[in-house]
Design a protein around this ligand. Structure first.
Ligand SMILES: Cc1cc2nc3c(=O)[nH]c(=O)nc-3n(C[C@H](O)[C@H](O)[C@H](O)COP(=O)(O)OP(=O)(O)OC[C@H]3O[C@@H](n4cnc5c(N)ncnc54)[C@H](O)[C@@H]3O)c2cc1C
Length: 424
């Protein structure tokens, strides 16, 4: 792959960076204070900032160019460095309408939605008028294996009736969230990967009940939040089903590829900013008669962090490039690799930065604790590390054994060929 960004991407990087400097960084402290003290309320300046981002042409940049009329025309590789910039201030991605889980949900609607579903839900999502949530995980079953999911989606005349309990539904506490994509089973007797379907459920449908928000290391992640939700005899029109019965896994696979690039690039942005903050801090603090920066142990931490960030970035760009050129399926091993490598790298780098800040590092006065919570939870969300390793390990062993088998067959074939008597 070519590691040089296109002119289009470089131009957008400069514009996103300028926007961040003019409008985002100056509001970081005010935003942190507001969300801490005003539960489930929007930062008052958010709408005005979104309008400015729209006017600056920095809106919906995430949607890959394969989505035709809906896409602003960037490839995953072109968008990746923009996600990295947004990762420097975690709430900024919403200002550009590029935040999870809406990005994944918009992709699902753009790719699999009917024209009616797109008019009703994709258009307002792309305009930033509403927000959405993705309801897959359930408290009663190990949801790392999505075939375990028990929520039922049962056809009844012209409707589907949904029953189940979900949790960790990110974004569902947000007062602007109006639509859920719910995963459940339409046919529990079918083959294990075609039992599941996805269906659109408006948040205000009778029978939908938010039980409670879940805390993440003591934070509510307001205003988005993560909800536990009961679905009791929730009835929606049959036309709300996405793609068709039994196609839930297929949709889930398509949804997760680019989404993982976004998460990983944001984490790389967060890790890089943590390293910058660490370098600034150790350059001005002194202990035992010398700058903290001048201790060899600290320089080693900085050097290791820089190497690890660069390695992770190149791996993620390689995954983005592979998706662009060969599709999500062909890139599945690289996507698994970045999901394993990047959140762990970010946890390590951010933790070093926290340590180098001393008490300040664990306080509310830097973005480091937020960064760490994000990196740590991404090791679980979208599939825990172990599940990706389990699958990547299997694929790798299979590929290597197959390659060796083919190579040994070739050698045997060549040997027997060379033993044949030569015709004169
Ligand atoms: C902050 C946050 C946001 C989230 N947002 C959403 C969301 O918006 N929508 C949604 O549906 N879900 C969401 N989730 C849920 C997340 O996707 C699940 O928590 C995750 O898939 C794991 O499922 P589980 O919690 O049921 O853990 P389990 O399935 O019970 O797994 C527990 C542990 O078992 C181990 N394990 C599992 N399989 C293997 C294996 N093959 N090999 C070795 N060890 C293994 C791992 O250590 C794993 O962490 C979110 C989670 C968090 C923390």
């Amino acid at each position: 792959m070519n590691f040089e960004y296109t002119e289009k991407s470089k131009d957008l990087q400069a514009r996103v960076q300028q926007f961040m400097e003019e409008h985002i960084y100056p509001r970081e402290t005010a935003h942190r204070e507001f969300v801490r003290t005003h539960l489930w309320q929007h930062f008052p300046e958010a709408e005005q900032l979104k309008q400015l981002a729209k006017e600056a042409g920095l809106w919906n940049l995430f949607l890959p160019q394969t989505y035709g009329e809906f896409s602003p025309g960037l490839t995953n590789l072109e968008y990746a460095p923009l996600a990295e910039l947004m990762g420097r201030v975690l709430w900024s991605s919403e200002i550009f309408n590029c935040s999870a889980p809406d990005t994944g949900n918009m992709e699902v609607l753009a790719k699999y939605g009917t024209p009616e579903q797109q008019t009703q839900w994709l258009t307002p999502l792309m305009e930033g008028k509403i927000r959405s949530a993705f309801l897959m995980t359930e408290p009663e079953v190990a949801s790392s294996d999505a075939t375990n999911i028990e929520t039922s989606i049962v056809r009844d005349g012209d409707d589907y009736v949904i029953n189940g309990r979900k949790w960790w539904s990110s974004g569902a506490m947000n007062p602007s969230t109006e639509i859920y994509i719910v995963m459940g089973k339409t046919d529990p007797s079918a083959h294990r990967h075609v039992q599941q379907s996805m269906i659109l459920v408006p948040a205000n449908t009778p029978g939908v009940k938010i039980i409670r928000p879940l805390e993440v290391y003591g934070s509510w992640d307001s205003p988005e939040g993560h909800a536990e939700i009961d679905l009791v005899d929730v009835r929606v029109p049959a036309s709300n089903l996405l793609l068709g019965e039994g196609r839930g896994f297929e949709i889930a696979q398509g949804r997760l590829g680019p989404g993982r690039i976004h998460h990983c690039m944001r984490l790389i942005g967060a890790a890089n900013r943590a390293l910058e903050l660490m370098c600034k801090r150790v350059a001005v603090r002194e202990t035992f008669g010398k700058k903290v920066m001048d201790y060899s142990s600290i320089r080693q931490e900085i050097a290791k962090s820089r190497c690890e960030i660069e390695q992770a970035r190149l791996l993620t760009l390689a995954a983005a490039d592979k998706i662009d050129r060969f599709g999500v399926k062909a890139a599945k091993d690289l996507i698994a690799m970045i999901k394993i490598v990047v959140p762990q790298m970010a946890c390590t780098v951010i933790d070093r930065a926290i340590q180098a800040h001393g008490g300040l590092g664990v306080s509310q006065d830097t973005p480091l604790t937020e960064f760490w919570r994000y990196a740590r939870t991404i090791r679980i969300a979208d599939g825990p590390d172990e599940v990706h390793m389990y699958q990547l390990g299997r694929n790798t062993a299979k590929q290597l054994v197959e390659t060796r088998l083919i190579a040994s067959l070739r050698t045997k074939c060549d040997e027997s060929h060379s033993k044949q008597p030569k015709h004169r």
